[in-house]
Design a protein around this ligand. Structure first.
Ligand code: HEC
Length: 133
């Protein structure tokens, strides 16, 4: 009886540990799971302040995320890439738009994670915009 209990406990620990490992390696499927890295947000801050802050503040993005909820992050990213900054659209590199977007997620309160936000990987298609937490 004792052995059976111990066995069950060991098995449970194993299952939980395996689930945790699988979780850490999996690509994020929501903004709540961490769809950018803290390094990206840090790199995006100065670019954001130089290119975006003059026209919008965090409250504006909150409204935008409300109205875009349920749409893939990729659509908003492509919209920003092609139309922003409004006075010089497309002026940034793809990688710069990625870190600017990461910083936007950060100021809205979405958590950072292990997977960098990336346009070319296609991961933005699988993550939907949701209202800021
Ligand atoms: C010169 C002013 C200006 C600058 C600089 C600027 N924007 Fe905008 N942005 C606008 C205007 C104007 C709109 C359109 C507002 C609307 O139609 O409601 C807009 C809209 C947006 C939207 C909402 C898009 C949509 O279709 O809902 C996002 C997101 C955005 N900007 C992000 C950025 C980012 C990121 C930067 C910096 C790379 C930036 N903006 C720089 C003026 C600016």
């Amino acid at each position: 009886m004792k052995t059976a209990k111990l066995f069950t406990a060991t098995l449970m620990t194993l299952i939980l540990a395996t689930a945790a490992i699988a979780d850490a390696g999996a690509a994020p499927t929501s903004l709540g799971e961490g769809a950018y890295t803290a390094e990206q947000a840090a790199a995006g801050k100065p670019l954001f302040e130089a290119n975006c802050s003059t026209c919008h503040n965090a409250d504006y993005y909150k409204t935008v995320f409300q109205s875009w909820r349920g749409q893939p992050v990729q659509y908003l990213f492509e919209q920003v890439m092609s139309a922003m900054p409004a006075d010089k659209p497309g002026a940034l590199l793809d990688s710069e738009y990625e870190v600017v977007m990461a910083y936007m997620f950060e100021i809205l309160g979405f958590p950072a994670g292990d997977t960098p936000l990336s346009y070319s990987s296609g991961m933005m298609r699988d993550i939907n915009i949701e209202p800021a937490p």
